[in-house]
Design a protein around this ligand. Structure first.
Ligand SMILES: O=P(O)(O)OC[C@H]1O[C@H](O)[C@H](O)[C@@H](O)[C@@H]1O
Length: 526
């Protein structure tokens, strides 16, 4: 049995607050620092490692964090989740995204079926469909092969799949598994759909309409936009569109689609990349085998999240160091900085995954909490970010904990030696340099050129960004967010905070406004 308690009622949290602060600059200098880099590292799946040498922790803090993990029953709560308890209390739902990629515990039955079987069956349907499209067995009305796939969706039905597609696009081209180009339409801004439509050959395009609820205004509007374009091109939309939705949504009952693949209410939108929400577009783009390799990487990382020993559980450790930074060291933001161009949109996906999950002021029982919860998360790939917002990270008045991600090898294999080093070496040299610059700073009599240091970071290092390591990376962050939510005693799986704006926008469109909202409507010519 697990008990759900607020963080500030836990004894180990008080103990953690009383641990001595670590002087990062000191501990990362000299041979001491070199030792830490070797010692403070946890293996992840697929040969990756989570290295936290440059975080402001030492053995005492880690011990206190281990006690906190125990008292907060993080392992037991994760087990309760994957064994099918109603963890999403706000919506009274199970939370089963792990089951889309593996079986971590007991068989979970809901709605009268074995849920693992249900997810496998949907994945099989996606695989069969994608194989038929690639083989030219499913074609357009003229009998020609589809060459492009366009995902229409927003939020969780866009960000994760889009980030994953971009992460593997060049890898697939290099490895001969690239099958179809993918594009994404998300924004209700008509310029988004128009630009995508103008960039493709609609007659040879498949459109995947993705909406778990089947009611999202932006997605339904964009569906109409695309249907209109197909009709204007003399094409039958039902020969070009498929749907990914929950079985209970209205979309599931429509005959307007070539095929429909299902998820259910137990897969949160922002956790749906490993369901058909990501599966359809990724299988069509790269082949189902690549998608399965991605799932295998996620499943392997999920297994590590079950480990009770904090120092062997990278997601739990990352989560608790984050809680320490947020609640004890009082740092309000966090930045995710992948030194990999392919992870260009990964921070955007994590913005939703993290902030929509843990951006909350009430606990899982709806009672206000007396401590801070999820941080503001942002990020950009390095080295680009270095020439942009790193100024604030190095010398600003806020200390922002950083999460670097780096790979030893690039994806495309092409590189050049300029001034004695390859571009890949330059990329990796930069991330190493940044970690040390943030941790140790630099003395200077000129205050303008002085770097205080003491700015904590971690780095996930992998061999290469492949389907497996991408899956592992995704799982790591999903599980990190989950463990933080457990520690803060939040329900990380609902998102009531997005509702109010939707309701007010409807009112504006129906011209049912007064006061300032009416004034804004007038200003915007609605
Ligand atoms: O997949 P859908 O039901 O269309 O939902 C799309 C998105 O919109 C909602 O407003 C939520 O904020 C997101 O969590 C969700 O991913």
């Amino acid at each position: 049995m697990v008990t759900w308690k607020n963080l500030d009622t836990l004894e180990s949290y008080q103990e953690l607050k009383n641990t001595a602060r670590v002087n990062l600059k000191e501990v990362m200098s000299g041979e001491n620092g070199a030792e830490r880099v070797k010692k403070y590292s946890v293996p992840m799946a697929e040969g990756m490692a989570y290295n936290y040498a440059a975080k402001a922790v030492d053995d005492q803090v880690l011990e206190a964090l281990a006690k906190l993990a125990k008292e907060a029953q993080l392992t037991e709560k994760f087990a309760a989740l994957y064994n099918g308890e109603v963890i999403n209390t706000g919506e009274k739902r199970l939370v089963l995204h792990h089951l889309t990629r593996g079986q971590l515990g007991d068989k979970v039955e809901a709605d009268g079926v074995d849920k693992r079987e249900f997810y496998l069956e949907q994945q099989k349907k996606v695989t069969e469909f994608a194989n038929k499209v690639h083989a030219g067995e499913i074609t357009n009305a003229a009998g020609e092969k589809f060459t492009t796939v366009v995902q229409i969706g927003i939020g969780g039905s866009d960000l994760g799949p889009r980030a994953m597609y971009l992460a593997l696009e060049n890898w697939a081209k290099k490895n001969g598994t690239f099958k179809m180009e993918a594009k994404f339409i998300s924004n209700v801004d008509p310029d988004d759909a128009a630009a995508v439509l103008a960039s493709i050959d609609v007659a040879h395009s498949l459109f995947v309409l993705v909406s778990k609820s089947g009611t999202t205004l932006e997605t339904l509007t964009n569906e109409s936009f695309v249907k209109d374009a197909l009709e204007k091109a003399g094409l039958d939309p039902s020969r070009h569109m498929l749907a990914v939705t929950s079985e209970t949504s209205l979309l599931a009952k429509s005959d307007d689609y070539l095929a429909a693949f299902f998820m259910d209410d137990y897969i949160g939108g922002r956790y749906s990349s490993t369901s058909p929400v990501g599966g359809a577009v990724l299988s069509l783009a790269f082949g189902p085998e690549v998608f399965e390799r991605f799932l295998a990487g996620a499943a392997a990382e999920d297994e590590l999240a079950k480990k009770e020993n904090l120092l062997e559980n990278p997601a739990m450790l990352d989560a608790l160091i984050g809680v320490y930074e947020r609640n004890v060291l009082e740092m309000g933001c966090t930045a995710v900085l992948p030194y990999s161009q392919a992870l260009n949109r990964f921070p955007a996906h994590l913005q939703q995954a993290d902030m929509e999950s843990n951006g909350k002021s009430v606990n899982r029982f709806g009672e206000p909490v007396n401590y801070v919860t999820g941080p503001v998360l942002f990020g950009e790939p390095g080295t680009n970010g270095q020439h942009s917002f790193y100024q604030l990270l190095h010398q600003g008045t806020n200390i922002v904990p950083l999460q670097f991600v780096g790979f030893k090898q690039n994806q495309c294999g092409s590189d050049v030696v300029i001034q004695g080093s390859t571009s890949q070496q330059k990329l990796c040299a930069n991330v190493a340099a940044q970690i040390m610059a943030f941790a140790c700073g630099k003395e200077d009599e000129n205050q303008n050129k002085y770097f205080a240091g003491g700015r904590p970071s971690s780095i996930i290092i992998g061999e290469q960004l492949t389907p497996e390591s991408l899956g592992a990376l995704l799982s790591h962050f999903e599980n990190k967010i989950m463990f933080q939510g457990f520690t803060w005693n939040l329900n990380s799986f609902d998102q009531e905070g997005v509702q109010l704006g939707k309701v007010l926008a409807k009112r504006v469109l129906a011209h049912e406004t007064d006061g300032a909202l009416k004034a804004y409507s007038d200003l915007l010519n609605i």
